[in-house]
Design a binder for this molecule. Sequence first.
Ligand code: PEP
Ligand code: MG
Length: 648
Amino acid sequence: MPYVAVRSSATAEDIPEASFAGQQETYLNIKGTNNVLKAVQKCWASLYTARAIYYRVKNNFHHESVYIAVVVQKQIQSQKSGVIFTVNPATNDDAEIVIETGFGLGEAVVSGSIMPDEYILDKGTLRLRNKVINKQDWLFTLDNNLGYTVRRNIPEDKRSEQKLSEFEIKKLGELAVKIENHYGSAQDIEYAIEGPNIYIVQSRPVTTLKKSLSAQKNEDISSEPILKGLGASPGIAKGPVKIVLNVNDLPNIKKGDILVAKQTNPDYVVAMKKALAIVTDQGGITAHASIVSRELGIPCVVGTTNATSILKNDDIITVDGSSGKVYRGEINIKQVESEKERYGKFGPIETVTEVKVNIDLPDFAEKAASTENDGIGLLRLEMMIASNGIHPIKYIREGRDNEYIEMLVNNIGKIASFFKGKTVWVRTSDFRTDEYTDLDGSENEPKESNPMLGWHGIRRSLDDIGLLKAEFTAIKMLHDQGLTNIGVMLPFVISIDEIRKAKQVMTELGLDPCENIDFGVMIETPAACQIIKEICDEGIDFVSFGTNDLTQLTLGIDRNNEHIAKLFSELHPAVLSLIKSVIKVCKEYNVETSICGQAGSNEEMVEYLVKVGIDSISANIDAVDRIRHVVARTEKKLLLGFARREYM
Ligand code: PEP
Ligand code: MG
């Protein structure tokens, strides 16, 4: 059965020049009668999305006068593809042809998610007048195992290559002239190149010349970004800048603003909830602020180095959280389909390796629960603490432990109530001393020169034992309410002594670790990896890899430092070998293994983890459905590999 592309073509009666480009849906790599029928129906339905209705109202088209055709074409598995304009849309020069080309399927160029190569030809002679070669890091392609389109990284040495050969440029130029002559008007043509063959997959009139690109794709994407950083949370947002230099500026953030700050601390979370997007000078993608923006589902670009000096209050900007770019003005960048849209439509998939979800805030519990998950692999307390506005140490120092406990019971209880019958692993608090300086009561926090390596995690909780007691008491109260699916884990463990002491506190409060409550530790220091045998001997139910810290500490790379972010890789062989050896020991002890760091949302890492025998993966809310597919595919590959051995 062949793969096909199911594409919409909408037009308005009496207005033949209206192309309605980009307004309706296209589905690539569809296979099987049922899937084709579904895709066709979805194309029809896309005539009535909010976006399409808005477009018609704005352009004064009557809804009834718009028609849609759905075209089913053989899917071209292109290595290169793109768009040709038989008139230069940037200058309106009809003596020029402009060819844009990207690697892989055409979606990347058409959606404006990549910067394509641009070749400008003289229409009369087809001589090349100019070319701009742009680096492309990833492409869309068919995954033969999964049977649908996936995003793949391009090998480093191919990324900067010129995409079209001289022959292909000339051939495309000839075809463009032929097509324009045939229709008798300037055309916008889509093509795909598979092996030696060039396919023309679409042609439509260029309608309003100056506006053609913005209507059909992304006119302004060709404009240079004013800032480049790390894409920490995907999505596109446009709006006015509000610079936040310190906590006093936070109240200035109104709904719909773009928060621009040197760095965002988790205690900005209330303002972050109002912001449309976030841009920072500093930070890496595992910084807590990045984690929050992913959970909030708002676009975030971190580590631009100079956003707060380049941007001014009320500047209008467009933030692309996928590519990590920021543009001046309002730019039309089509949103790449969200992970939920892309993967959620395939329905439940059984996997042996469990797939769990990370969560921080009760507001997102329902969204997290709507994923295909097997429970919560990490419930962080830090974000709910930040939202609450009061530093927990203030409660403890003022003897107001009950208020802290009440806040925890309410918030954890609300989250856990969405996950009845599934395990929910709550981590005791792990706030760095520099992260919560704007919370009421943080005045007495020490000024550490290196808070990442400082007084946080279990070492802090044992020193400020009231904190640990309050957190365990909250969990005990929730157990007493019947939420016995809640387990606990300890962060930043480096010694058996820490585990022993924490267990003792639990026992005193009526929680029996490993007996009436799931008990585990985070493996996020090389020390914990080295003493994993002793940790297992001490008695634990599970471990969970905190790869954000484990990578930072193994490689000696500050996870929040944008200058060295390019060196931060959880896939470094040193990190992988630590993980593998811990899993091996845990298997001997029947201790469950899991991961809750950002790498649990990384496909390559997940494939590795499944291969070396991890029991569960906990991913970000928006990545759970995708990760379940990766897990399923890897498990199948393992089984197939095993089954095929006898034929080799
Ligand atoms: C980690 O270090 O990977 C982790 C999950 O903990 P945090 O990001 O909160 O430090
Ligand atoms: Mg950590």
